[in-house]
Ligand binder design. Structure first.
Ligand SMILES: [Zn+2]
Length: 276
């Protein structure tokens, strides 16, 4: 059954951008959502603290100073190099998503945050599950290389199911490519902050999302490599309570902090000042 949804237009530089769909009631506590209220609290439920999943456009509007976003390499496009047809032709899927106003699983560009220049990359789970593709890898690596060369801090927001199976080993190659680019950031001593949102899994978690200088997870976000259902099917083992939640990963040293979204921007501004 498809839940009733609000349609929320998000406007950032350049006018109205693709809508995000939100349920009319909070899945955490069931209260009826008031859009203005939700928007004012960065799409976090004021009753129970449920963090709603957001598209790339909304993340850009939450992090970038108003009017500062300059998108890069938005014209780089995916191609069906493997003639993938199951369950439907890959090229058709990509074209439909482009028509819907999405532009790949990763968007990248420059902006300012509290007046300080940054490189920003955001995954978009709405585009083939935020999967790491050739285009996503290329946008990430190019941005990191330019950040390393210019000394401008790099901020990543991830929400991803892992590598894109429709691009096969070519998608898997992106893990090594983006991690080499992360290595260039580290060698150049350029700050790199990673924000892990619900869900961050597979190759994305195993490569760039968990190797930043500071890895910040959102409360309740599912973070891991293989999902708990698959692990249980393979091992028949009972998994511990809260397995692969942000809080579980914090207790096991995989992330550095779990931070409510409403406190994220002030923290990033503080980190940029400290690292400067
Ligand atoms: Zn709620």
């Amino acid at each position: 059954m498809i839940a009733e949804t609000h349609r929320d237009e998000v406007a950032i530089q350049g006018g109205a951008l693709p809508e995000i769909l939100l349920p009319t009631n909070c899945p955490g506590c069931g209260i009826a959502l008031v859009m203005d209220n939700l928007r004012a609290h960065n799409y976090v439920c004021t009753e129970c603290g449920h963090h709603f999943r957001l598209g790339a456009d909304v993340w850009i509007s939450l992090i970038a100073d108003n009017g500062s976003w300059q998108e890069r390499w938005s014209d780089v496009r995916s191609h069906d190099l493997l003639n993938w047809t199951v369950p439907k032709p890959y090229q058709e899927t990509v074209e439909r998503l482009l028509e819907d106003g999405l532009n790949e699983s990763v968007r990248t560009g420059t902006c300012t945050l509290s007046g300080r220049p940054i490189w920003l990359a955001t995954f978009d789970f709405g585009f083939v599950g935020g999967t790491l593709s050739i285009v996503a890898g290329e946008r990430l690596a190019r941005g990191m290389e330019q950040a390393a060369a210019s000394g401008i801090p790099y901020i990543l927001v991830s929400a991803s199911g892992g590598a894109r199976m429709q691009e096969g080993v070519l998608a898997l190659m992106q893990l090594a490519k983006v991690n080499a680019a992360v290595g260039r950031l580290h060698s150049a001593r350029v700050p790199y902050f990673s924000i892990l949102t619900d869900p961050t899994f597979g190759g994305t978690a195993a490569s760039l999302a968990l190797v930043a200088d500071i890895n910040i997870a959102e409360p309740g976000a599912a973070i891991g490599f293989t999902g708990p259902r698959v692990i249980k099917q393979a091992t028949y083992a009972d998994l511990p309570p809260g397995f692969q939640s942000a809080e579980f990963q914090l207790a096991h040293g995989q992330v550095d902090m779990v931070l409510p979204r409403t406190e994220l921007r002030p923290l990033l501004a503080q980190l940029l000042e400290m690292y400067a």
